[in-house]
Structure formats: C-alpha cells, structure tokens
Design a protein around this ligand. Structure first.
Ligand code: ADP
Ligand code: MG
Length: 349
C-alpha cells in the first residue's frame, strides 16, 4: 500500500513538473451549433485544449459562411446570382472555386443521367421552395413547361482559361442548393484538419462529414433522421451507423414541403417533369468519401425507384440507404451488417 501511494505521488510530481497545466490532458469533445446556410450547422471537434478546439470550430464556421456568400442563390452579390443575372447576355468572371463546384455539380448530373440538375433554378423559383415566404401554390402547367425549357445543364458553358461561366439561354439559373451544403462540410473539415485537429464532425443539417476517432477511440456514431417521426419527437432517428473518414448526406421529402388536397409537394424536382419527384422514396442517404458527392447523389436518388437508386449507387462505388413510402429500407451491398435499424416500423428488404 505504502509503496503504491509513493509511486502515485512520484507520478503526480512528475506530471506537474513536465506539463505546466498538470497531467497529460485528455482529449475532449467540443461542440457548437450556429445557423448558417439557412440551416442549423453543428461542428464537433476533438481536442485536448478548449482554446484550440474553439478556434478550430470558429474557423470551420467562417469557411462555411465564406462559401455561402459565393453560392447563395438569394444573395444578389453572390457569384451564382451574378452568373444568373447575365444568362443569355454575357459570360461572367468568377472565382476558380465557383468553377470547380459547378464542374462537380455537372459531374454528378452526368453520373445520374441528368436526375441531378444544377440548372434547375427556374423550376425551383416557380415552386418557391427555397423561400421563407413561399406561396404553397402549385404552378400552372404552362409555367412549368416554360421553365423546363431553361434547365438544360449542357448549356452551362465554362471557360476555364478566363475563369468565366456563361448560361447560354436568357432566363437560365443555376441552383446549387443540392450540393452546396455537402461541399461546405468538406471545406470546413479541410480547414479544421489544417489547424492540426485530429478528429472532427461537421453537420450542415443532413450533410455530414467526419474524420478521425472520438476520444473513446470509436468512429463517429451517426443517426439517420426518421422521415415520419412521431409528433412528440420530431428529431428521432430510424437507423444508426458508424462513420469513419467519410461523408453521409440525407435528403428527405420531409425537409421542405407543403400538403395540398392531401398530396405532399416536396422540394426535390424531377427535371423531366418539373414536378416534385413521384418516386416512392421518402428518404435517401448516400455515404462516400466526399460531402459534395453524397449531397448531390442523395438529392438525385430521389428521382429514381428504390431498386434503381441502389443499383446506380453500387455502380458508382458508393453506399446508400433508401427508404420507401412503406418504410421498407433498401441497402447497397457494402452496408449490409453495418447499419442498425433502431425503429422497428422500418424493415430491411
Ligand atoms: P436539403 O437542401 O433540404 O438538404 P437536398 O440536398 O436534397 O436537400 O437539396 C434540395 C435542393 O436542391 C432544393 O431545395 C433545390 O434547391 C435543389 N434541387 C431540387 N431538385 C433538384 C434536382 N433535380 N437536381 C439538383 N438540385 C435540385
Ligand atoms: Mg443534396
């Protein structure tokens, strides 16, 4: 007994003399939520130092705000708005980064046969889904037909040499709402990593990217939101999984929608029809190593029937969890055994 307490004392003395602030500092989780990109964003950082953690969290949020200024459809000064205002008139000089993001969006369009469409702006504007004061009325068929003539993403012309973007038809409008949050999560993670942080999780609403391990040595534990939650628990989840150095995005028909005459009109538009997609999917999650990819693909998966969405994701080498209107859960092969369904109303097919 005596010997042991002496050893304890010795260790304590050693610690005190080696480190100014006491014994080896434990890693801890630091977390903060703010409203950015029109949604609640939470950044969690693992660090032994509160000061270092808060500085990294701040830098992450600043990065997301910087991107919001570049990409926001509603801010007249954003680069996207400048491109949109000049559609059919003249090319617009923008930053390299905006060009890169537009190229990534087009890449996802091509990978999904046009289901993802960054030129969907004129149709979204008609439906008014991204506005706070939306009208909740169904546009006329005539108006939708007109808008559909303006959404050909192959008419986005990019001139890399001069760093210019030109939308070839007057009235065309880019809307990067289906990819911006995932891209922002990517960038925030890069900035936080660059500050020497060893693990972090950035969740821009349902677009989440993580890296490293939690202080307990486990990967990040993620819940997928229940698309039909009980009234008394709107934030409940239906499934959980571990995420290690990956991104996950979830798109749902419950995010922004209105119900008219018993029918649900949500904010993901089928570019073929101009109406909210009528696939039986109510929630689509995609898991891959980059957030822009998971964000864009989760939006696009909404357009397909569930089985087709799964085979498409598998052919692209990424994972996904699709839920249909009957609460049947479809998984890519890579996820089998790796996801836990926590709500028994949902069943894996
Ligand atoms: P949220 O923004 O609610 O997280 P998503 O990532 O699924 O959801 O993005 C939905 C947004 O993407 C819409 O609000 C709209 O701006 C845009 N959008 C809608 N339909 C499409 C589409 N077919 N292709 C690309 N973007 C779309
Ligand atoms: Mg998306």
């Amino acid at each position: 007994m005596k010997g042991r307490s002496k050893l304890g004392l010795l260790l304590l003395v050693l610690c005190l003399s080696l480190l100014p602030s006491g014994c080896i500092k434990q890693d801890r989780l630091y977390r903060e939520s703010r409203v950015v990109m029109d949604t609640i964003t939470t950044i969690t950082v693992v660090s032994p130092s509160e000061e270092e953690a808060l500085r990294a969290i701040d830098a992450g949020f600043n990065e997301i705000e910087r991107l919001e200024h570049l990409l926001n459809y509603f801010s007249p000064e954003s680069e996207i708005s400048r491109i949109n205002r000049s559609s059919g008139i003249r090319p617009v000089k923008v930053s390299r980064e905006t060009i890169e993001i537009i190229k990534k969006a087009i890449e996802i369009s091509e990978a999904t046969g046009g289901a993802f469409n960054p030129a969907i702006g004129p149709v979204i504007r008609l439906w008014g889904f991204s506005r706070q004061d939306r009208a909740e009325t169904i546009p006329s068929e005539e108006a939708i037909r007109e808008a559909l003539r303006l959404i050909d993403y192959r008419k986005i012309r990019i001139n890399e040499e001069d760093s210019e973007v030109y939308l070839e038809v007057r009235g065309m409008e880019l809307d990067l709402g289906g990819i911006a949050k995932g891209y922002a999560a990517d960038r925030a993670i890069e900035v936080i990593k660059g500050m020497g942080i060893k693990a972090a999780l950035v969740a821009v609403a349902g677009d989440i990217r993580g890296f490293g391990l939690r202080p307990n040595g486990q990967p990040w534990h993620i819940g997928i939101q229940d698309p039909r939650p009980p009234d008394d628990n709107p934030d409940s989840v239906f499934a959980t999984l571990y995420l290690r150095d990956m991104a996950i995005s979830t798109s749902g028909d419950y995010q922004r929608f209105f119900i008219k005459d018993g029918k649900r009109y949500h904010h993901i538009i089928d570019p073929k029809t101009g109406y909210p997609s009528e696939s039986s999917i109510i929630s689509a999650s995609v898991i891959a190593d980059r957030g822009f990819m998971t964000d864009g693909l989760s939006t696009a998966m909404f357009i397909f029937p569930p089985e087709r969405a799964i085979t498409l994701l598998e052919s692209l080498g990424v994972d996904g969890v699709i839920v249909d209107i009957n609460k049947r859960v479809y998984l890519t092969e890579g996820l089998e055994g790796k996801i836990k369904i926590t709500n028994r109303a949902y069943r894996i097919r």
